[in-house]
Design a protein around this ligand. Sequence first.
Ligand code: NAP
Length: 267
Amino acid sequence: MQKLCDTTLAGGEQLYDETQPTRPRVLILGGTGEGTQLAARLSERVDLTVISSLAGRVSEPKLPKGLVRVGGFGGRDALASYLLKEKIKVVIDATHPFATRISQNAEVACSRTGLPLIALVRPPWKKVDGDQWHEVANFESAAKFLDAKMGRVFLSIGRQELGSFSECNDAWFLIRAIEEPTERLPPHHRVLLQRGPFELRDELQLLRDHSIDYVVSKNSGGSATYTKIEAARFLNLPVVMISRPFKHTVNPLETAEDVIAQLDRLI
Ligand code: NAP
């Protein structure tokens, strides 16, 4: 049988390591800074085998330390089969607050296989003095708010949901994404390919340079992209803030310390 090694198997499956049968195997569903940091901490432990799973959305992902698998599992049934085949003992869902499908699949797969599921979810941003947030429930409501507005909009929501804004014919959009969007875009736009984290002074400059009137953001939480919210506050700009969707019914933990404590109780 092939041995596990400290490597990335793009799109491939990890094979169970028969030389380490007693080391509990932990699967981290990642794709976030929190997932990467947790993998770095747990991969130093000699009493665990840690595998990080990435969706493979970006072509050059920042790889977590330790074992990594890349690509979708093929749905909840396939995820359940993977958990059994790989003899996973605990699943940690450290995916992004807006990644709902994988979380719901993980909840179902864990319940079917009887495995514990720990959720690590960073807290949402909270409005502070000076913020002018227009909070909306989803991407469609954000687009509806902007529809028929003539302003200049900074749209920094990733690539997947850009299609929701394709009918906003009157506004001009500065669209920031890590990789070239494939969704249908609004008629008036410019695409800026950049990967965070972003410095406050750069965000201020960006908003000024493009004479932005509105910022659109998901309520992602965390520090990596918060500077655009701070920049909007400094410049007295309204932020169309998209609220978080339902992820799963698991009680979320907010810190790596809490997750590790919970993991230790379980194993
Ligand atoms: P999603 O809608 O919840 O998931 C769509 C499908 O992608 C899932 O059904 C699954 O495919 C696959 N998938 C997602 N996360 C995976 C993971 N960690 N490992 C293996 N497969 C995964 O997710 P998404 O919103 O497209 O996000 C994809 C990834 O990017 C997530 O890992 C997330 O943490 C990260 N991310 C997302 C956002 C965001 O705003 N959505 C922002 C930053 C980072 P199968 O059904 O085939 O298993």
